[in-house]
Write a protein that binds this ligand. Structure first.
Ligand code: 8Y7
Length: 272
């Protein structure tokens, strides 16, 4: 069971989180950024997304930071325009978390795993869910020679510590999701090891989220640029779910939902 603000997910089938980036590089008509994002969110819901993940600042390797004011002005109107939709706010800024929760977001997707005490306090004082993601280093520099003695053990220990920390702050276990953070300070070999052994993270006792959609590791394996990584992304999502992921974070919702229907059918699940 995942308690997601005013929603409850029973996790009897994998959930699809559709990505909506409210950033000028995601939508060409810069002047109508917010409306494009709202339209995109409605489309992803129609395609079968269970959750919409809204982000106003790119956290891709090498991305340029945006100001707090700019991030707020991008994401808050979009959240307010989507009442009744399960919304995750993709931010590491406590002030954005606070405003997004007030605007109706039901999950905080924090690539910093609530390590900022104010972020922890804001989420603890609410009833929203939180996704705790592992990353190594800052987005600007994290792909510069990441090194681990044992990537699985280190990511696992980090997530275990963060789950314990947020529970100690009063966030109940049924509000917590963990994520190994594919591509965040990891080489191709690290990412493959994490995906191969993803089932280890289910031992943490909370749902595992996997975000592999269109990522550079898929480009490295296929030679395809980001706009041609849908087939690889579908394969990665299916592998992640087979290895225990409860939630997949994807751009291509319709294709992912169809692919998961096949998996769910052979696993005896329902396909409503
Ligand atoms: C992830 C993510 C990104 C991920 C979670 C991209 C915001 C990079 N990746 N959040 N965010 N997990 N929880 O390529 O893997 O989508 S941004």
């Amino acid at each position: 069971m995942l308690s997601f603000g005013s929603f409850q997910f029973d996790l009897s089938r994998p959930l699809v989180m559709g990505i909506v980036n409210v950033t000028p590089d995601s939508f060409s008509d810069g002047g109508r950024l917010g409306q494009s994002a709202i339209d995109h969110a409605h489309q992803l819901i129609a395609e079968g997304a269970d959750i919409i993940d809204i982000g106003g600042e790119s956290t891709r390797p090498g991305a340029i930071p945006v100001s707090l004011e700019e991030e707020l002005s991008r994401v808050i109107p979009v959240i307010e325009a989507l009442p009744g939709v399960p919304i995750s706010i993709d931010t590491f800024k406590p002030e954005v978390m606070r405003a997004a929760i007030l605007a109706g977001a039901q999950m905080v997707n924090d690539i910093d795993a609530l390590q900022d005490p104010l972020a922890m306090q804001i989420v603890a004082a609410s009833n929203v869910a939180v996704c705790l993601m592992h990353k190594r280093g800052a987005p600007q520099t994290m792909q510069v020679q990441p090194e681990y003695a044992d990537v699985l053990a280190e990511v696992n220990m980090f997530l275990r510590d963060r789950v314990a920390a947020v529970q100690a702050a009063g966030i109940a276990q049924d509000r917590i999701v963990v994520d190994p953070g594919f591509g965040f300070g990891k080489t191709l070999a690290h990412n493959l090891a994490l995906l191969r052994e993803l089932h280890h993270f289910t031992d943490l006792g909370v749902p595992v989220l996997a975000g592999l959609s269109r990522k550079s590791m898929l480009g490295a394996l296929t030679g395809q640029d980001a706009s041609n990584r849908m087939p690889a992304s579908i394969a990665a999502a299916i592998i992640a779910v087979q290895r225990g992921a409860a939630i997949v974070r994807v751009h291509d919702v319709r294709a992912t939902v169809d692919a998961l229907k096949i998996l769910n059918a052979i696993n005896g699940g329902c396909n409503e």
